[in-house]
Ligand binder design. Structure first.
Ligand SMILES: Cc1cc2nc3c(=O)[nH]c(=O)nc-3n(C[C@H](O)[C@H](O)[C@H](O)COP(=O)(O)OP(=O)(O)OC[C@H]3O[C@@H](n4cnc5c(N)ncnc54)[C@H](O)[C@@H]3O)c2cc1C
Length: 391
């Protein structure tokens, strides 16, 4: 089969790897507008379950990915200078660039043709020259735009602003930090993804953003302002910019996932708010799901139909949970009067995917402390100062 793929991100390259590994006779070309070493983004995060899926799909890249991983089992919630840790959550982080390099090497090893610095403008002519065209061209997908009548996308621009930084301050766990100042409420999502660096994403609502005056600030002024907001958390380290800009999260859905021989995967097909885990996980799992359809049939039409009918319910459920989580952060202001323990509980329950029983199983001490607090018993709370020491 001749397969063209637009986009050398995680979705496009992983699908290329799985197809080529299964049948070396496939002729697979990936068209990528960037160079192989362009650094975009900081760390990406995976759950233990995603890692098991990656091992089952391709042991070679899984081994390399896990060697490069920073792993942790705690979610830390920082509020009113107190840190509450909730254990029993298995996550790992890796630098986005490192992940891309591993996938690039694996593609080259298998004989997938990677064409860097090659932007696709004419999707139609590319699709005419292959059996299958996979549009893995990210959140602003050119293919989705060109065939919008066929895919019928819905694009929902969310009201919160967020900005993606790195920092040398190491956050040993998925850390959610809430800080208030005269402008409003800021939430930071941070986690270390290698021995020396953490991702640090900051989000705030529009009112906070306007009051702080970010529209009139340069990139350096914005960074300086946010370093002051999170001064206690950054512990003297600066925020590292990678051409970081404020963005509004875009929720992408598509009514139709394919037409004729063209299919969307990854961010081009759907997005899920970063607070519930990275889009990278969904991008890789899309690639696995699409590949699996081709192990059952050689017919492109049948495989794409099966892909849509089997994967869509999974994605819809995931996007529904991500929506609840995103809404929680959009309304974060309303939760700021909660105690640190209550806020931590609310954060953990926000998506509706974790039940009270799940949480009790994962971290019985946390639930016991929460229940005691709720019952007004006081006493054995797990309050800690922001530097991690017991109060
Ligand atoms: C710039 C950027 C930085 C990010 N940083 C992080 C991060 O640090 N942590 C995290 O968890 N998530 C990050 N994300 C989000 C996360 O990586 C995505 O959810 C995930 O990468 C989705 O994978 P994907 O392969 O579907 O799309 P992407 O990773 O976006 O890959 C799409 C690829 O297609 C290429 N492309 C697009 N249009 C064309 C075209 N017309 N012709 C040729 N090539 C094209 C792009 O250059 C890109 O490499 C980032 C996304 C982007 C776009």
């Amino acid at each position: 089969m001749k397969i063209n793929i637009i986009g050398g991100g995680p979705a496009g390259m992983y699908f290329a790897i799985l197809m080529k590994k299964a049948d070396r006779a496939h002729e697979i070309t990936v068209y990528e507008r960037n160079g192989p070493n362009d650094t975009f983004g900081w760390g990406v995060v995976f759950s233990g379950k995603t890692l098991r899926n990656l091992r089952a799909a391709d042991e070679g890249s899984h081994a390399e990915i896990t060697r490069a991983f920073a792993a942790w089992d705690n979610v830390d919630v920082v509020h009113h200078d107190s840190k509450i840790s909730i254990h029993g959550n298995s996550f790992s982080g890796i630098a986005r660039l490192q992940l891309l390099k591993i996938l690039q090497r694996r593609c080259e090893e298998l004989g997938v043709k990677l064409l860097f610095r090659t932007e696709v403008h004419d999707v139609d002519s590319l699709r005419a020259r292959c059996d299958l065209l996979v549009a893995a061209d990210g959140v602003n997908s050119t293919a989705r735009k060109q065939y919008s009548e066929c895919f019928a996308p819905s694009l929902d621009v969310r009201p919160n602003r967020y900005i993606w930084y790195g920092t040398k301050r190491l956050f040993h766990g998925l850390t959610l930090t809430f800080r208030e100042n005269e402008a409003g409420v800021f939430a930071a999502h941070s986690y270390k993804f290698n021995k020396a660096t953490s991702t640090f994403i900051i989000e705030c609502d529009q009112e906070t953003w306007d009051t702080a005056g970010f529209s009139a600030m340069s990139d350096d002024q914005t960074r300086g302002y946010l370093e002051r907001v999170f001064a206690k958390d950054l512990d003297g380290e600066s925020l590292l910019s990678n051409n970081s800009k404020w963005i509004n999260f875009l929720v992408v859905k598509n009514q139709n996932w394919f037409f004729e021989n063209v299919v969307l995967i990854g961010d081009a097909l759907h997005t899920a708010h970063f607070s519930i885990g990275s889009g990278t996980k969904l991008a890789l799992e899309d690639a696995i799901a699409l590949f699996e359809r081709f192990t059952a049939t050689e017919s492109v039409a049948a495989a794409l139909g099966d892909f849509e009918s089997t994967r869509k319910p999974v994605i819809e459920e995931y996007q529904a949970a991500a929506y609840e989580s995103m809404r929680w952060f959009e309304n974060a202001r309303a939760y700021m009067n909660l105690s640190p323990l209550e806020l931590a509980y609310s954060v953990m329950m926000r998506s509706g995917r974790v039940s009270y029983e799940d949480l009790k199983k994962r971290d019985p001490d946390f639930i016991a402390a929460y229940e005691e607090r709720e019952a007004g018993a006081g006493g054995r709370s797990r309050r800690q100062t922001a530097d991690g020491s017991e109060e």
